[in-house]
Design a protein around this ligand. Structure first.
Ligand SMILES: C[S@@+](CC[C@H](N)C(=O)[O-])C[C@H]1O[C@@H](n2cnc3c(N)ncnc32)[C@H](O)[C@@H]1O
Length: 274
Protein backbone atom coordinates (compact mmCIF):
# COMPACT_ATOMS: atom_id res chain seq x y z
CA UNK A 1 0.00 0.00 0.00
CA UNK A 2 1.24 3.50 -0.84
CA UNK A 3 2.01 5.83 2.05
CA UNK A 4 2.80 9.54 2.25
CA UNK A 5 6.46 8.63 1.95
CA UNK A 6 5.71 6.79 -1.33
CA UNK A 7 4.04 9.93 -2.69
CA UNK A 8 6.91 12.09 -1.51
CA UNK A 9 9.42 9.82 -3.20
CA UNK A 10 7.48 9.94 -6.46
CA UNK A 11 7.12 13.71 -6.21
CA UNK A 12 10.87 14.14 -5.61
CA UNK A 13 11.56 12.36 -8.89
CA UNK A 14 9.50 14.98 -10.71
CA UNK A 15 10.45 17.94 -8.51
CA UNK A 16 14.07 17.52 -7.40
CA UNK A 17 13.67 20.67 -5.31
CA UNK A 18 12.58 19.15 -1.96
CA UNK A 19 10.30 21.98 -0.74
CA UNK A 20 8.45 21.82 -4.06
CA UNK A 21 7.94 18.06 -3.72
CA UNK A 22 6.71 18.61 -0.16
CA UNK A 23 4.35 21.33 -1.39
CA UNK A 24 2.93 18.83 -3.88
CA UNK A 25 2.19 16.25 -1.18
CA UNK A 26 0.84 18.86 1.19
CA UNK A 27 -1.44 20.29 -1.50
CA UNK A 28 -2.77 16.87 -2.31
CA UNK A 29 -3.25 15.49 1.17
CA UNK A 30 -3.38 18.51 3.52
CA UNK A 31 -0.81 16.72 5.71
CA UNK A 32 1.83 18.56 7.70
CA UNK A 33 5.52 18.25 6.92
CA UNK A 34 6.01 16.12 10.03
CA UNK A 35 3.23 13.74 8.97
CA UNK A 36 4.74 13.51 5.50
CA UNK A 37 7.86 11.99 7.01
CA UNK A 38 6.39 10.02 9.90
CA UNK A 39 2.81 8.91 9.16
CA UNK A 40 3.06 5.36 7.82
CA UNK A 41 -0.66 4.79 7.27
CA UNK A 42 -1.75 4.05 3.70
CA UNK A 43 -3.10 6.88 1.54
CA UNK A 44 -6.48 6.35 -0.10
CA UNK A 45 -6.67 4.91 -3.59
CA UNK A 46 -8.30 8.17 -4.71
CA UNK A 47 -5.38 10.32 -3.51
CA UNK A 48 -2.88 7.87 -4.94
CA UNK A 49 -4.53 7.93 -8.39
CA UNK A 50 -4.83 11.71 -8.29
CA UNK A 51 -1.10 11.96 -7.57
CA UNK A 52 -0.27 9.66 -10.49
CA UNK A 53 -2.50 11.67 -12.85
CA UNK A 54 -1.02 14.98 -11.81
CA UNK A 55 2.58 13.81 -11.89
CA UNK A 56 2.12 12.41 -15.37
CA UNK A 57 0.55 15.72 -16.52
CA UNK A 58 3.63 17.65 -15.36
CA UNK A 59 5.55 19.53 -18.05
CA UNK A 60 9.04 20.93 -17.46
CA UNK A 61 9.12 24.09 -15.35
CA UNK A 62 5.38 24.09 -14.70
CA UNK A 63 4.96 25.64 -11.23
CA UNK A 64 3.62 23.08 -8.76
CA UNK A 65 0.82 25.51 -7.81
CA UNK A 66 -0.53 25.43 -11.38
CA UNK A 67 -0.25 21.65 -11.45
CA UNK A 68 -2.28 21.36 -8.23
CA UNK A 69 -4.44 24.41 -9.05
CA UNK A 70 -3.82 25.56 -5.51
CA UNK A 71 -1.74 28.22 -3.74
CA UNK A 72 -1.55 29.47 -0.19
CA UNK A 73 -1.71 33.11 0.84
CA UNK A 74 -1.63 33.96 4.56
CA UNK A 75 -4.33 31.70 5.97
CA UNK A 76 -6.10 31.18 2.63
CA UNK A 77 -6.02 28.34 0.19
CA UNK A 78 -6.68 29.80 -3.23
CA UNK A 79 -7.54 28.31 -6.59
CA UNK A 80 -4.91 29.33 -9.18
CA UNK A 81 -4.23 28.52 -12.79
CA UNK A 82 -2.22 30.06 -15.59
CA UNK A 83 -4.64 32.97 -15.87
CA UNK A 84 -3.21 34.53 -12.68
CA UNK A 85 0.11 35.13 -10.99
CA UNK A 86 0.85 32.75 -8.13
CA UNK A 87 0.63 34.88 -4.96
CA UNK A 88 4.03 35.46 -3.36
CA UNK A 89 5.34 35.60 0.23
CA UNK A 90 6.44 39.19 -0.44
CA UNK A 91 2.83 40.12 -1.07
CA UNK A 92 1.76 38.57 2.22
CA UNK A 93 4.17 41.06 3.79
CA UNK A 94 2.63 43.91 1.78
CA UNK A 95 -0.69 43.09 3.45
CA UNK A 96 0.79 42.73 6.93
CA UNK A 97 2.93 45.88 6.76
CA UNK A 98 -0.03 47.88 5.47
CA UNK A 99 -2.27 46.73 8.30
CA UNK A 100 0.45 47.42 10.87
CA UNK A 101 0.98 50.90 9.48
CA UNK A 102 -2.73 51.71 9.62
CA UNK A 103 -2.95 50.34 13.17
CA UNK A 104 0.10 52.37 14.28
CA UNK A 105 -1.56 55.56 13.00
CA UNK A 106 -4.80 54.68 14.80
CA UNK A 107 -6.56 54.36 11.42
CA UNK A 108 -7.28 50.65 11.32
CA UNK A 109 -10.88 50.96 12.52
CA UNK A 110 -11.49 53.96 10.22
CA UNK A 111 -10.93 51.94 7.05
CA UNK A 112 -14.32 51.57 5.38
CA UNK A 113 -13.44 51.45 1.68
CA UNK A 114 -10.58 49.61 0.03
CA UNK A 115 -9.44 49.31 -3.58
CA UNK A 116 -7.11 46.51 -4.70
CA UNK A 117 -5.70 47.30 -8.15
CA UNK A 118 -4.64 44.25 -10.16
CA UNK A 119 -6.48 41.64 -8.13
CA UNK A 120 -5.13 38.53 -9.90
CA UNK A 121 -6.28 35.54 -7.85
CA UNK A 122 -7.92 37.94 -5.37
CA UNK A 123 -5.31 37.13 -2.72
CA UNK A 124 -4.85 40.65 -1.31
CA UNK A 125 -8.53 41.60 -1.40
CA UNK A 126 -9.64 38.35 0.25
CA UNK A 127 -7.11 38.69 3.06
CA UNK A 128 -8.13 42.31 3.63
CA UNK A 129 -11.82 41.39 3.76
CA UNK A 130 -11.08 39.30 6.82
CA UNK A 131 -8.88 41.92 8.47
CA UNK A 132 -11.34 44.78 7.83
CA UNK A 133 -14.73 43.09 8.33
CA UNK A 134 -16.67 46.38 8.08
CA UNK A 135 -15.00 47.63 4.92
CA UNK A 136 -16.41 47.52 1.42
CA UNK A 137 -13.76 46.23 -0.96
CA UNK A 138 -13.39 46.74 -4.68
CA UNK A 139 -10.88 44.71 -6.63
CA UNK A 140 -10.05 45.46 -10.25
CA UNK A 141 -8.05 43.80 -12.94
CA UNK A 142 -7.56 44.61 -16.60
CA UNK A 143 -7.66 40.89 -17.38
CA UNK A 144 -11.07 39.25 -17.61
CA UNK A 145 -9.31 35.88 -17.28
CA UNK A 146 -7.81 36.90 -13.94
CA UNK A 147 -11.20 38.13 -12.75
CA UNK A 148 -12.72 34.72 -13.45
CA UNK A 149 -10.15 33.18 -11.10
CA UNK A 150 -10.69 35.87 -8.47
CA UNK A 151 -14.43 35.15 -8.68
CA UNK A 152 -13.82 31.46 -7.87
CA UNK A 153 -11.89 32.44 -4.75
CA UNK A 154 -14.36 35.10 -3.64
CA UNK A 155 -17.19 32.58 -3.92
CA UNK A 156 -15.14 30.00 -2.04
CA UNK A 157 -14.81 32.39 0.91
CA UNK A 158 -18.38 33.66 0.60
CA UNK A 159 -17.32 37.26 0.14
CA UNK A 160 -19.67 38.11 -2.75
CA UNK A 161 -21.54 40.70 -0.67
CA UNK A 162 -18.50 42.64 0.49
CA UNK A 163 -16.03 42.28 -2.32
CA UNK A 164 -16.87 43.59 -5.79
CA UNK A 165 -14.86 42.78 -8.88
CA UNK A 166 -14.53 45.07 -11.90
CA UNK A 167 -12.66 44.80 -15.11
CA UNK A 168 -10.82 48.10 -15.32
CA UNK A 169 -7.61 49.69 -16.50
CA UNK A 170 -6.64 51.03 -13.05
CA UNK A 171 -9.53 53.37 -12.11
CA UNK A 172 -11.20 53.75 -15.49
CA UNK A 173 -14.95 53.24 -15.39
CA UNK A 174 -15.17 52.85 -11.60
CA UNK A 175 -17.92 54.62 -9.77
CA UNK A 176 -16.27 57.51 -7.95
CA UNK A 177 -15.44 56.73 -4.30
CA UNK A 178 -12.79 58.19 -2.00
CA UNK A 179 -10.95 55.11 -0.79
CA UNK A 180 -9.37 54.90 2.66
CA UNK A 181 -6.87 52.36 1.39
CA UNK A 182 -5.64 51.74 -2.13
CA UNK A 183 -3.36 48.74 -2.38
CA UNK A 184 -1.62 47.14 -5.32
CA UNK A 185 0.94 44.60 -6.32
CA UNK A 186 1.23 45.93 -9.86
CA UNK A 187 3.29 44.50 -12.71
CA UNK A 188 6.74 46.04 -12.17
CA UNK A 189 9.28 44.10 -14.23
CA UNK A 190 10.98 46.12 -17.02
CA UNK A 191 9.81 44.44 -20.22
CA UNK A 192 13.31 43.75 -21.53
CA UNK A 193 14.02 41.72 -18.35
CA UNK A 194 11.11 39.33 -18.65
CA UNK A 195 13.08 36.96 -20.86
CA UNK A 196 15.71 36.65 -18.08
CA UNK A 197 13.22 35.52 -15.45
CA UNK A 198 13.12 31.88 -14.30
CA UNK A 199 11.32 29.62 -16.82
CA UNK A 200 8.70 28.80 -14.16
CA UNK A 201 7.78 32.49 -14.23
CA UNK A 202 8.39 33.68 -17.79
CA UNK A 203 6.94 30.60 -19.48
CA UNK A 204 3.84 30.19 -17.33
CA UNK A 205 2.78 33.30 -15.43
CA UNK A 206 0.66 35.85 -17.32
CA UNK A 207 2.70 38.50 -19.09
CA UNK A 208 0.13 41.10 -18.00
CA UNK A 209 1.00 40.33 -14.39
CA UNK A 210 4.72 40.93 -14.94
CA UNK A 211 5.19 43.58 -17.61
CA UNK A 212 5.63 47.03 -16.10
CA UNK A 213 6.61 48.67 -19.40
CA UNK A 214 10.00 49.95 -20.50
CA UNK A 215 11.46 50.76 -17.07
CA UNK A 216 8.99 48.62 -15.12
CA UNK A 217 7.55 51.86 -13.79
CA UNK A 218 4.66 52.58 -16.15
CA UNK A 219 1.80 51.15 -14.10
CA UNK A 220 3.20 52.40 -10.79
CA UNK A 221 3.60 55.91 -12.19
CA UNK A 222 0.03 55.86 -13.47
CA UNK A 223 -1.28 54.56 -10.13
CA UNK A 224 0.48 57.37 -8.24
CA UNK A 225 -0.85 60.05 -10.62
CA UNK A 226 -4.38 58.66 -10.89
CA UNK A 227 -4.77 57.90 -7.18
CA UNK A 228 -5.14 61.63 -6.54
CA UNK A 229 -8.86 62.23 -6.55
CA UNK A 230 -9.66 58.66 -5.56
CA UNK A 231 -8.17 58.67 -2.09
CA UNK A 232 -9.46 60.01 1.19
CA UNK A 233 -7.11 62.87 2.29
CA UNK A 234 -6.00 60.75 5.28
CA UNK A 235 -5.91 57.57 3.22
CA UNK A 236 -2.97 55.42 2.24
CA UNK A 237 -1.64 54.03 -1.05
CA UNK A 238 0.39 50.85 -0.46
CA UNK A 239 2.31 49.17 -3.28
CA UNK A 240 4.78 46.40 -3.85
CA UNK A 241 7.65 47.66 -6.03
CA UNK A 242 11.02 46.82 -7.53
CA UNK A 243 13.81 48.38 -5.42
CA UNK A 244 15.00 50.42 -8.42
CA UNK A 245 11.68 52.23 -8.46
CA UNK A 246 12.16 53.90 -5.08
CA UNK A 247 13.92 56.96 -6.55
CA UNK A 248 11.41 57.64 -9.34
CA UNK A 249 8.60 57.18 -6.81
CA UNK A 250 10.17 59.82 -4.55
CA UNK A 251 10.12 62.22 -7.48
CA UNK A 252 6.38 61.61 -8.02
CA UNK A 253 4.96 61.51 -4.51
CA UNK A 254 4.72 64.41 -2.07
CA UNK A 255 5.15 62.01 0.90
CA UNK A 256 6.42 58.47 0.69
CA UNK A 257 7.87 55.93 3.07
CA UNK A 258 9.51 52.65 2.08
CA UNK A 259 9.95 49.29 3.77
CA UNK A 260 12.34 46.48 2.94
CA UNK A 261 11.55 42.84 2.25
CA UNK A 262 13.17 40.00 4.20
CA UNK A 263 16.16 40.10 1.86
CA UNK A 264 16.84 43.69 2.82
CA UNK A 265 15.61 45.13 -0.50
CA UNK A 266 13.29 48.13 -0.69
CA UNK A 267 10.08 46.39 -1.71
CA UNK A 268 7.11 48.40 -0.42
CA UNK A 269 6.06 52.01 -0.93
CA UNK A 270 3.51 53.78 1.26
CA UNK A 271 2.15 57.08 0.01
CA UNK A 272 -0.17 59.29 2.03
CA UNK A 273 -3.28 60.92 0.62
CA UNK A 274 -3.93 64.67 0.84
C1 LIG B 1 1.69 41.20 -10.13
S1 LIG B 1 0.03 40.67 -10.48
C2 LIG B 1 -0.68 40.73 -8.87
C3 LIG B 1 -1.82 39.78 -8.65
C4 LIG B 1 -2.29 39.69 -7.20
N1 LIG B 1 -2.73 40.98 -6.70
C5 LIG B 1 -1.19 39.17 -6.32
O1 LIG B 1 -0.58 39.97 -5.61
O2 LIG B 1 -0.92 37.96 -6.36
C6 LIG B 1 -0.58 42.15 -11.26
C7 LIG B 1 -2.03 42.10 -11.74
O3 LIG B 1 -2.34 43.39 -12.30
C8 LIG B 1 -3.14 43.23 -13.45
N2 LIG B 1 -2.96 44.42 -14.29
C9 LIG B 1 -1.99 44.69 -15.18
N3 LIG B 1 -2.18 45.91 -15.74
C10 LIG B 1 -3.30 46.42 -15.18
C11 LIG B 1 -4.03 47.64 -15.35
N4 LIG B 1 -3.62 48.59 -16.20
N5 LIG B 1 -5.16 47.83 -14.62
C12 LIG B 1 -5.59 46.87 -13.75
N6 LIG B 1 -4.94 45.69 -13.56
C13 LIG B 1 -3.81 45.47 -14.25
C14 LIG B 1 -2.64 41.93 -14.08
O4 LIG B 1 -3.61 41.36 -14.93
C15 LIG B 1 -2.32 41.08 -12.83
O5 LIG B 1 -3.42 40.28 -12.46
Amino acid sequence: MATLQTLLKQAKRVFPDEPVAEFFVRGLTDKTRLEMYTDKSPVSQEVFSQAQNLLSAYKPNLPVQYLLRKAYFLSYELYVDERVMIPRFETEDLVMLTVKRLADCGLRSAVKSILDIGAGSGAIAIALADIFPKAKIIATDISSDALEVARININKYNLQDRLELYQADLFSGLEHVEFDLIISNPPYIPNNEIENLRPTVKDFEPRLALDGGKQGFEIIERIIKETKGWMNPVGLLAMEIDPRQAEPIKAQAHWVDFEKDNQGLVRYAFIKGG
